[in-house]
Design a protein around this ligand. Sequence first.
Ligand code: SF4
Length: 433
Amino acid sequence: MKTTTDFHTERLNAGQKVGVINLGCARNLVDAQMLLGRLKKNGHRIVEATQAQTVIVNTCAFIEEARQESIDTILNLIDLKKKGKIKKVIVAGCLAQRYGKDLVKEFKDVDAFMGTPTMSRQDMREQVQLTPRHFAYVKICESCFNACSFCAIPKIKGKFVSRNIESVLKEVASLDAKGVQEINIIGQDITAYGMDIYRQKTLAKLLKEISRVCRNIQWIRLLYAFPAHMTDELIATMAQEDKVCKYIDMPLQHISDHILKAQNRNITTAQTYELVRKLRTAIPDVFLRTTYIVGLPGEDQAAFEQLRRFNQEMRFERVGVFLYSKEEGTAAALMPHQVPQAVKKERLGLLMSDQQAISKKIQQTFVGRRLKVLIEEQEPNSEDTFIGRSQYDAPDVDGLVYVRSSMMLTPGQFVNVNITDAYEYDLAGVAIP
Ligand code: SF4
């Protein structure tokens, strides 16, 4: 049985039909694209996983739920192998990186285990794009050095590493030349970009450089910003650069001072209020996406009520809520006053129902306005309705815009839309010829 910390695709018989099942986040998707790029370069044929002889499952190990999904997928593939439907099963990604040795003992029918890739060892232009052709994820850094008490990612991903600016610009230029319209800048903490190789926060500078090489690309979106690493320069750059979406995903995780301290987020309640005020002042139409964790050990009713009031006051446009998950090897796992699961779920439910009402009101403000929409696809079984996203909608996690059009619209096309209807998270409207 082979285990390796990097991808040694030479071990696969040449010309194999290889497919990947990608689990987890957009950062994992880029890892899968890198793996397929390496396989293609070594002469393997990249096909849909359903057509493949060798299937790679790129696993996620973030929280218990994700680990269970990864293990279920591995078991399904082993079953297909036993039935002779596929020849080889390869397990890659965070679960293999974190539990490689245990998995080897557990899954004798798996042919190889691969950890997560190392960006510096690969030309990032050699990825096989798994997203629709008109948008792409650009991973600018790996892992992070923030030791949030509830999070195991730094233990899985290792040392924080930024790519150099040249490498990012080459990749963006190659995506631009391929006709990509939208790039999503990702990492575990994009706001720490450059703190290792340039000894300072360099995301603002990188964004200006990226804007300059974009000809076809019209949208540059920021995902996974760490609040304590936000800078005035970055906020000003988001405001000034036309191609930078007026949108940022910035997980706050909580607002109460003692919970932020227990989470080791390096930010206070007051600093968080000030940061949101700065963003809203500098970029009046900015869409703020954030996430919270409810049920961290020590989160009493008062701390939770403070979070609810904060969320109602701030009226964030996009909110996700996670249940605290006790992660082996993390500081929070050893903390006293663990919160019962039922209480966590109740708190998540209350926050999400608050947010549904907030989001509905925010969506209503778009009725009668014109929005630029990037078309993703035609609505199934419809002649004249298409599905798209505005600059306020990140792929896969946010709302959609349903566009009625007498003209045929194609994926990757931008169209101006008069918004006629609004729902909790989605909008609908008519394309302007
Ligand atoms: S910023 Fe915190 S939550 Fe995010 S990956 Fe790093 S340690 Fe985990």
